[in-house]
Design a protein around this ligand. Sequence first.
Ligand code: SF4
Length: 322
Amino acid sequence: MLLARPRGFCAGVVRAIGIVERALELNGGPVYVRHEIVHNAHVVAELEAKGAVFVEDLDDIPDGAPTVFSAHGVTRAVEDEAAARGLPVIDATCPFVAKVHAQGRHYVDAGRTLVLIGHAGHQEVIGTVGQVDGPVHIVGSLADVAALALPDDTPIAYVTQTTLSVDDTRTIIAALEARFPDCVGPETSDICYATQNRQMAVRDLAARASLILVVGADNSSNSRRLVEIAKECGAEAYLVADGAAVDPAWLTDARTIGVTAGASAPEILVTDVLGTLARYAHVTLTELDGTPESLKFNLPAALRTLPQDAAQTVETALVAAE
Ligand code: SF4
């Protein structure tokens, strides 16, 4: 059995979960989190058990309650609503997502029409669209590019959803550049490293294994993409939430099994899947070499600077930081 590397949590997910945990430490709970902090039911359930309350709407948050925005980011309308209500907000938007917001605003301020390469309806895409003053055209396929209702001489700029890799977006960017001669976009070095690394790792895995299990949630865009890539590489591949989701029938003809995990899936669920597999066969586990990752994001200053046992609430901390 082969284990992909890197797999699982990225720096943005570690930071977002750390923000909720630290807010709970400081406040004692409840801490309200708008939307799943990351797309994984196990992570959400663990934080709920510690006192986090997940809501989709700010109306469900009592006045004055500590409020965390999820790693996917939010619209300006949500930020404004929270500010108007005086909610003490801790923003867990991944810094890479925040960078996409800034890029989008920069391009629109420069007079360009913005195209967002991503999946309509995804939480991050909703947030990015709502962070830009002006129309944002969402494209997820070559057909979407062809159907864009814009004159070909429109000065455009593109940004991309972070859970898409360079490989995912390459053909769409090429189609935009072919159709719109005045087309600019961010440097490829600006993209999220984690998505690209996990996709390279699953390709490596699929070259060696006939069956790939991707640990991740149904609503995790990057996890589902790992399954698609494994299939494109010729492997049989399934998304599994945990060990209980493994169907023993998949294992019958598998010569070599590969296991990886999406960026929002905790390692404990990978261990759970490996435990299930070990019940069906004697397994020898080899972890593949992969791209080393060392990036860490700091917690927001208001959470970082307080001592662990501070009697202050998060609200007080945030006011002090202003
Ligand atoms: Fe941030 Fe990338 Fe992780 Fe998304 S996948 S949370 S952009 S580090």
